[in-house]
Design a protein around this ligand. Sequence first.
Ligand SMILES: [Zn+2]
Length: 501
Amino acid sequence: MSGIPGVTLRGMEAIPVEVEVEITGGLFAVNIVGMPDTAVRESKERVRSALKSLGLNLKGRISVNLAPADIPKEGALLDLPIALGMISAMGALKQCPKALYMGELALDGRLRRVRGAVPAAFLARQKNIPLYIPSENAEEVALVQGVEAYCADNLSELVMMLKGEEKPRPLPPAYIPEAKINADPDFADIKGQMQAKRAAEIAAAGHHNLLLVGSPGSGKTLIAKAIAGILPPLTDDELVETLLVRSTLGMKPEPGRTRPFRTVHFTASTVSICGGGFDLRPGEVSLAHRGVLFLDEYTEFHRDLTESLRAPIEDGQIVVSRASGSVTYPSRVLLILAANPCACGYLGDPVTPCKCSQYEIERYKRKLSGPIMDRIDLQIAVPKLTPEELLSLDNKGMSSEPSASIRKRVINARNIQIERWKEYGYTCNAEIPEKLVKRCLTLDDDTRSFLAKAAARFNLSGRGMSRVLKVSRTIADLAGDEDLQKKHVAEALNYRQQSGR
Ligand SMILES: [Zn+2]
């Protein structure tokens, strides 16, 4: 008796599972062994009903063995190999081609979308065998280069293919349109706020973390959301990385090369943001990998949660663990935080007076400090415009620059970075490790002493100086300047001091 190869998931990795089926005489019973979870046990009923749709009635004692026994197997991904194992054991399928099979079965025999099809495609490619999947998973698997994969709508179609009665159906060709983004909101619709817009452009260009502090109605949330419309497209490698995370959760790929933009609310749980749960799923910080993680009303987030974001923000990856083990997910995010300037929200507002006491203001400022804040390179005050300022902007008929033209500069600056860091395997200035900063981001004597003086004045650590240098580099890249100059460093320093902390 030979097994049918299937897979189970461990984090973003597909682990091979052999499904062996034996049918002996006696009263009808199905017994599945090999650490199956509830979903696998439920698959008995689904498989039995799906086989009926093929006109096959299960009889006798049926033993299903999932090997290796010592790894937990999860989800409905094993329905298909279990069904094929039974069909083989009944003699209705003489030969099952050597391949990987995955898919959940509906009661009528339809093949349903499963999570983990992209990790399974990686495994099939590595083993150099074909992969059979539900048609609903075709779109994401088609994006994986160099894998031989076939899809089917239902069990009967698949069995016909395996018997050679029907041609195996290859996946439709992957179509990745060059992401044309419809910016919504568009920066053209946001009045004034030149400095915040400039910071947003720098953040998008170099993938630098950003804090926006302003009273309600100042437009800080709008500015944060508008950043989605100026992000550069994902590179090929980045696209596959984001695809892998989404597939692990059973989510479809984002359209084109759009970078993720994930907004989380302060009521969200640590598991939903950082990942975890019984099957160690990735959280929002990993779904935002290579894109934006936006925390609006940052001071409302629980301290424990912001504390648990420190490591993934710094390391670009997060270890999710439980008694059953631990897995690592990527988390190279552009973190955007928005916050009010004080508890009542109106400190520094040109119209509404602040009602907070000095003590309350000091206490609130402490919330805007700590380990996460040290990792925010661009800290910007977003003052609300006075009615007079708004009116005068209207009267001048001054239109703001649209997102599409800002995005062009961002893409140019990112391409310069991709080219520069190619040999080291990085794609943007923000992710450059300390030792590369020292080696590659050099300053002339005058600029170096300028930075050293500023560092002493602002009490900047070595790491803080590196972060300033990386932002300076992005500012220079946006300008198309090859050398790091004093003006770039001065502008970068300015953004560390803006929010008035
Ligand atoms: Zn206040």
